[in-house]
Design a binder for this molecule. Structure first.
Ligand SMILES: Cc1cc2nc3c(=O)[nH]c(=O)nc-3n(C[C@H](O)[C@H](O)[C@H](O)COP(=O)(O)OP(=O)(O)OC[C@H]3O[C@@H](n4cnc5c(N)ncnc54)[C@H](O)[C@@H]3O)c2cc1C
Length: 465
């Protein structure tokens, strides 16, 4: 008999709840632990992750995982197809007694896991791992899910959180089991021309260590400055579980203790609050799965969005004529990551200046973001669109010029990504259309912000009244 650990978005061999439970179980009975990954054909089709930089990053993470397992005498068993068929098949082939996996909270994953559960019954064990606080662990006094971030965070903050488990995991050689090899980098589902961050546990831990050693203490000041590398860049690692959230949180707690004064302590606390945002949006997706397709606030279902393919395309290509918007959009498709402040500016521009349905933008982000996560992306988009959990949503309309002046004062970020504007003097960098002779290669604004603002306020007011 054997014990299976099914890896999904937990591609690591340290502080991994289900993997630890599977190894303990196998050890007690002297069984072999079989590490499994399924290349889920539904997730890798062209409408979802197939062909995205995120899929390429995941492929690299799988190579790294397999390499580490091999160094420890095991290897990754991989098969492609529908997990609801493949997992029971591997169970039958390997004579597995039980299957362990970490919970994934998206509607798709829950549906998938229910199908596997139906096939395996009580031989399928799901554990909480990806969050510090699982959705069932937190509720309002009325026993309902929190729908507003600030009170959520207050309660979340005080709930004791598990420390990382530092036990080393030991593996043993596998019996003969059919396994596909990890797809080649030329496979169109995993091909990319981007220069991706290294996808390994070691790289994840190093990125955390670098951040905790210094930048976290200035996070409060630097995190909004577009040209400063002031954030952790941990998002792809947390997305695929190359880094344990408990390890990240414990490191931040150490930093909190080490912080020399109030300002640096506040910076660390602000970073921990971002981890709370990650948990909040995952809980929202779990409790209100309709957000994956529609507005969190259903009253906005009647909002009249504009169908404007040309404007949508200009936004995607970073050709709106608003330099800071275009810089963000080009950073996205040229690197697979976008600064959080730029995510807020570009999403506000699409939904409020162009009045284009947030779902079109959400899809585009999911196609390009290496950290693309259904809950965080959806939460971010609905926050910007004003259709989400936020209490005072609709009159928040970012002025792209004001944002640009505030968060990229000398235009360094703009010049880096919008190279046509590299030589524009700083006094015109946020508004090149005001120059006597703007650079010919750069388009004029596709919309007048003041007029667009009025149009949006009117569209939202119809719903409010
Ligand atoms: C429209 C929009 C879409 C977004 N889409 C995603 C996405 O698909 N995946 C994703 O991980 N984040 C998303 N975010 C949140 C945020 O922009 C990124 O997490 C952050 O920019 C990643 O960089 P970092 O790791 O350096 O973050 P840091 O500032 O160092 O934050 C640390 C970690 O906290 C989490 N986090 C930070 N901010 C948020 C937030 N607002 N919501 C949820 N989690 C957060 C991330 O896991 C991040 O790695 C989105 C934000 C917006 C406004």
């Amino acid at each position: 008999m054997t014990v299976l650990h099914w890896f999904r978005r937990d591609l690591r061999l340290t502080d991994n709840r289900a993997l630890a439970a599977a190894l303990t179980d196998a050890k007690q009975t002297g069984e072999t632990l079989i590490p499994v990954f399924v290349l889920d054909s539904a997730l890798l089709d062209a409408n979802r992750a197939g062909g995205t930089p995120r899929a390429a990053f995941m492929r690299n993470a799988l190579i790294s995982l397999d390499t580490t397992l091999r160094a420890r005498g095991s290897h990754l068993v991989m098969q492609a197809g529908d997990p609801a068929q493949i997992i029971p098949h591997i169970v039958a082939e390997s004579g597995a007694r039980v299957v362990y996996a970490n919970r994934d909270y998206s509607p798709y994953a829950r549906h998938r896991d229910a199908a596997v559960q139906a096939a395996l019954g009580n031989r399928f064990h799901l554990l909480d791992d990806a969050l510090l606080i699982a959705p069932e662990q937190i509720a309002t006094q009325n026993d309902t899910p929190y729908t507003v971030y600030t009170p959520f965070k207050k309660t979340w903050w005080d709930i004791p959180k598990a420390a990382p488990d530092e036990q080393p995991y030991a593996f043993s050689p596998l019996p003969e089991i059919a396994s596909d090899s990890i797809p080649d980098a030329s496979d169109p589902r995993f091909a990319t021309t981007l220069d991706l961050p290294e996808a390994s546990e070691t790289a994840a831990q190093q990125t955390l260590a670098d951040f905790i050693a210094g930048p976290i203490f200035n996070y409060g000041v630097h995190r909004d400055q577009l040209a400063v590398a002031g954030t952790s860049r941990l998002s792809p690692y947390l997305r695929f579980g190359l880094l344990s959230i408990r390890v990240a949180y414990a490191a931040a707690q150490q930093a909190l203790k080490a912080a020399p004064d109030d300002a640096t302590r506040q910076s660390v606390a602000t970073w921990i609050s971002e981890l709370a945002w990650r948990e909040f949006y995952t809980h929202i997706m779990f409790h209100f799965p309709h957000v994956m397709h529609g507005n969190f606030r259903r009253e906005y279902d009647d909002l009249q969005w504009h169908d404007d393919p040309a404007a949508l395309n200009a936004w995607k290509m970073g050709q709106t004529g608003y330099p800071v918007v275009d810089a963000g959009m080009r950073q996205l498709w040229q690197t697979g990551w976008m600064h959080n402040r730029a995510r807020m500016i570009t999403t506000s521009f699409l939904t409020k200046d162009l009045l284009i349905d947030w779902r079109a933008g959400e899809r585009h982000f999911m196609q390009h973001l290496i950290d693309g996560d259904p809950a965080a992306n959806n939460g971010g988009w609905q926050w910007s669109a004003g259709t989400g959990t936020d209490a005072q949503p609709y009159f928040r309309i970012f002025n792209p010029v004001t944002q640009s002046k505030k968060f990229d004062p000398d235009g360094t970020y703009i010049r880096r990504w919008v190279t046509e504007l590299r030589n524009v003097p700083t006094r015109f960098i946020h508004t090149p259309w005001q120059m006597d002779a703007p650079p010919a290669a750069y388009p004029p604004p596709i919309v007048n912000h003041a007029a667009a603002r009025e149009r949006t306020l009117a569209a939202f007011k119809i719903i409010k009244d």
